[in-house]
Design a binder for this molecule. Sequence first.
Ligand SMILES: Cc1cc2nc3c(=O)[nH]c(=O)nc-3n(C[C@H](O)[C@H](O)[C@H](O)COP(=O)(O)OP(=O)(O)OC[C@H]3O[C@@H](n4cnc5c(N)ncnc54)[C@H](O)[C@@H]3O)c2cc1C
Length: 266
Amino acid sequence: MTHHVEDTRVIAEDAPQYNATLVKRVDHTADLASIWVKLDGDPVPFEPGQYMTIGVFADEKLWQRPYSVASAPSVAGTEGYEFYVRLVPVIRFTTLLWRLQPGARMRMIGPKGKFMLEPEDSRTHLYVSTGTGLAPFVSMIRETQAQGSPRKTVVLHGVSHASDLGYRDELEAWERDGSYPVRYVPTISRPFDPRNEGWTGRTGRVEAVVAEVCRDLSLRADRTVVYICGNPEMILNVERALMDRGFPEFHVKKELYWPKGKSPTA
Ligand SMILES: Cc1cc2nc3c(=O)[nH]c(=O)nc-3n(C[C@H](O)[C@H](O)[C@H](O)COP(=O)(O)OP(=O)(O)OC[C@H]3O[C@@H](n4cnc5c(N)ncnc54)[C@H](O)[C@@H]3O)c2cc1C
């Protein structure tokens, strides 16, 4: 039986492959879920911010897609690798993934990626994301907390609906009880949608609010490192807004979840 590799855009051919099992899934909404995957053998180390490629066999094909790891490396052997995934309504990988229940067998490839923290970086870390682009930042916060070396952090997270604010409880708890030096700034892009009724927080797309967030929190270009993850158009727009505020390009790191200009149906 031949297996075709369905998508090779960012598949890490040279990275090691591991057999694994889906051990847990939590559905947050109809199209947002967290899944936990455990390797059969010892866990492979990774850096917070890196991604693993998940492979699933179906219809005699190996379907593979890269996903940022949301969990800390230190729990990979006990809890597994946690991923935060959006269901994209096209018949490809995520529609297949949505049918899987704990016990399903998978292939994991990786880790890969250069979207990582700088060692010993004392600058304020501004993490900007939309939707599931939050995932690598959750890993970065959890791991630096576990290591006892937290970084001064601002999390700017944009979604369409308040119900899509993944990891909100965890982020609010870190901020509220001071267990991590984080300012959590969620923003809702559709304030007039009835689903957002009662929302009293910030509104507008992240690219529209990032400059005022920098101003409100006194984030200085020379003392801030910026990480942006998720939708490629958003990333370019946020980068432009920051350049306008004097942020040098080398203070901005980016992780694009898909190629610019590609809508789900393109
Ligand atoms: C380095 C890297 C890390 C990634 N990490 C994650 C992650 O942590 N969580 C996650 O959900 N996805 C992540 N992705 C995207 C993921 O690899 C898939 O593309 C996505 O899950 C959709 O898969 P698909 O086969 O259903 O559709 P695909 O054929 O892969 O994509 C179809 C279209 O769907 C849209 N799309 C893709 N991903 C998303 C998304 N996350 N949110 C909204 N629209 C999207 C784009 O317009 C894309 O062109 C990552 C991608 C890269 C390159």
